[in-house]
Design a protein around this ligand. Structure first.
Ligand code: HEC
Length: 181
């Protein structure tokens, strides 16, 4: 009986460990004690690509490439939810196009426009900080400017994400990596 109990405890701890590591790493690396979020360096190399949106015109025109940690993808495929500490980065780049042997392709060029970042917070860590709430930290970064350019997620972000409320505010239909299909 005791050995079954011990085995159960060990199995439970093993199952929880990668998850705990992910949130520890996120909150040690990209979030200060006051809830200031920074843009992960080299996310294009270290994170998994979730999917891309192409916006043909307007302020947001170009490619929106979305990334998260590989551990967050693995957790989502198992549970259909983002784990505590998941960091989602959306990078906006301008596009160029020209006739090529495939037709008239458009590609994401070198002009970076901005980065949107969301950090999963299952613990309501920063009550009273207007960049945190509804289960996430919300941030905006712009080339040449230091730090999060958004000071209030409710006025800067939330309204536009209401259509995705049922899927934890994330537009999951654009991310084939999450389903593995
Ligand atoms: C004008 C509306 C609008 C505003 C304002 C907006 N978003 Fe979004 N966001 C979207 C839409 C629509 C998508 C998915 C489609 C796309 O990128 O074109 C998206 C996608 C994202 C993604 C990729 C993950 C996902 O939800 O699919 C992140 C991260 C993100 N937004 C964060 C933010 C943050 C942080 C703010 C505020 C600083 C913000 N957004 C403000 C409309 C908006």
């Amino acid at each position: 009986m005791r050995s079954i109990l011990l085995a159960t405890v060990i199995l439970t701890m093993t199952a929880m460990a990668p998850h705990a590591d992910l949130s520890d790493r996120t909150y040690d690396t990209w979030v200060t004690d006051r809830g200031e979020i920074s843009l992960p360096r080299d996310f294009r190399k270290d994170f998994a690509h979730l999917g891309s949106w192409f916006v043909p015109e307007g302020d947001a025109s170009g490619f929106h490439d979305v990334y998260t940690q590989p551990e967050a993808v693995a957790h989502y495929r198992k549970t259909g939810t983002f784990p505590d500490g998941a960091v989602i980065v959306k990078e906006l780049r301008a596009n160029s196009g020209k006739p090529m042997t495939t037709g008239h392709p458009e590609w994401a060029n070198d002009t970076l426009k901005q980065w949107f970042v969301m950090v999963k917070d299952g613990k309501n860590r920063f009550p009273g900080n207007a960049s945190w709430g509804d289960g996430w930290g919300w941030a905006l970064f712009q080339p040449g400017k230091k730090g999060n350019q958004s000071t209030n997620y409710k006025s800067d972000c939330l309204g536009c994400h209401i259509p995705a409320k049922a899927t934890d505010w994330i537009y999951v239909e654009g991310y084939p990596t999450l389903s593995g299909n």
